[in-house]
Design a protein around this ligand. Sequence first.
Ligand SMILES: *[C@@H]1O[C@H](CO)[C@@H](O)[C@H](O)[C@H]1NC(C)=O
Ligand SMILES: *[C@@H]1O[C@H](CO)[C@@H](O)[C@H](O)[C@H]1NC(C)=O
Ligand SMILES: *[C@@H]1O[C@H](CO)[C@@H](O)[C@H](O)[C@H]1NC(C)=O
Length: 490
Amino acid sequence: MKLAAAVIFATALVASSAASSSTPFAPKSDPGVYPGGDINPPDGWKTLPTIDGARIDNTTLVVGSGSGTLVHYIDAEYDAGKIKRAVIQIHGENRDAWNQWIYSDLAAKRAATGGSFDRDEVVVMAPMFFNTGDEGAYPFDPNLDSGNAVTSTLDTATVTAGRRSFTHHTQGAPVASPVPAFERRSRVEHRGVHRIPLQKWSTTQAMIWKSIEWGDGSPAYEPADSAGAGSFEALDSAVSFFLDRTRFPNLRKVVIAGFSLGAQLTNRYATFRDDTSQDDRLIFWISSPNSFVYLQDTRPLQIGTSCTETYGNYKYGLNGTLPNYYTRATSRVSTSSLITRYLSRTIFYLVGMDDLSAGLSSCAPNTQGYGHLDKMYYWTQQVVPMLPGSTGVEGELPGDGLVRYVAKTGHQDWKIITSDPGVETLWLKGWYENGTDAETPQSGGTVAAGTPSKSTIGNIHSANTAASGTRATVMALVLAAVGATMALLL
Ligand SMILES: *[C@@H]1O[C@H](CO)[C@@H](O)[C@H](O)[C@H]1NC(C)=O
Ligand SMILES: *[C@@H]1O[C@H](CO)[C@@H](O)[C@H](O)[C@H]1NC(C)=O
Ligand SMILES: *[C@@H]1O[C@H](CO)[C@@H](O)[C@H](O)[C@H]1NC(C)=O
């Protein structure tokens, strides 16, 4: 009997794992497309790939009071009258908008197998926050002058500088990189002041940013007539497009969803978006950011000596230079109003349980945690619940807010978006007019994990503290190498 039971149990296990591996629209590896083969090409994207089921729109979303447009992928065809929900899926630092469309489309298709709705009742938009390295992906004129050097204090400025020089400076042949681009990128990321050669090369109205500035709401660098509009205004335009009842009469919810640097943008947008009149139709979806904009002075971790005066400067806090979007007279509100507004919004948070790395290890973000996992843990367990007017209970987010830890998942956008919790939070939650969720489809195999224990989180802390001696040495070497490279390139 016991043996028989064990056999049945084992068979059931095999059957269930077989079932989940064959679940439709649940990819087991990254279904993304990478023209040129690099996940984050150091010299930018040279093309916007064509994707089945989607089209590229570069005219519809005119942003702010200028004439810049937010280029985006969107369902090739849809019947606006049928649409109940829209997801705006925002890429990370590598700006692969087309892949965000692919992932969110897969998640939508799997959500639809739950039976509560059809795929043609929802729409996916994936905006492209170009940076200046992406010439070729945006139309450009190679003959325009390149003399326009500026300085920047961006965390990844060196990479951008190197990227531009590699491809476009005419002195000498392009330099072959001795290490894979992805590795090189993560090694040289640091904060500093660098000259970046930037050129007025675009020949279109597409909005283009310097380096990673789109992640904090900064104005676009091009086009010249974008009238100071930046990435927050660009999101306003995307959100308004969907909320317009004359265009989408049956649309109930818009989800503004961002991963990594896209999640940083989403967190800051949820903080600064001034219009609250449609908040019951908005969900902010924040997955695996390297930092949040903190709304108070305290931090979960110790404040390093190199940033005792600056750890609260924007984009990490509310000191320093705040985005124009916020400082323009009409939308400036007090810090306590910012907090109240943030707490009143519906915000879903997700992070991979294995995402122990940091997108950038430097003093200000390190006061928020050492990796994406502990940063998310502190924010959702301790920081947001303890803000004035919040729940006051550790781990309890206000309103409909929730956090999902995704098992066996690292810093992987495709895996988070197409996971069970990804499908749930992007597509099922609050599906019906009365707030009820749509039916859950068959599991895709990547499931939610429990909240990590304090010791799991504490271990991330001690591993990083113990390693900091070694890291300092490595960093000194990297900085020396970067210095040498910069001297060579600029
Ligand atoms: C939009 O795309 C078309 C077709 O690829 C191109 O000719 C045009 O220059 C683009 N315009 C903008 C604003 O990017
Ligand atoms: C922000 O600036 C104020 C005034 O200089 C200072 O008192 C406060 O400690 C700073 N906060 C942070 C988080 O840096
Ligand atoms: C909400 O609406 C759905 C669809 O009309 C319905 O199936 C469900 O029972 C409703 N739930 C509640 C709690 O009213």
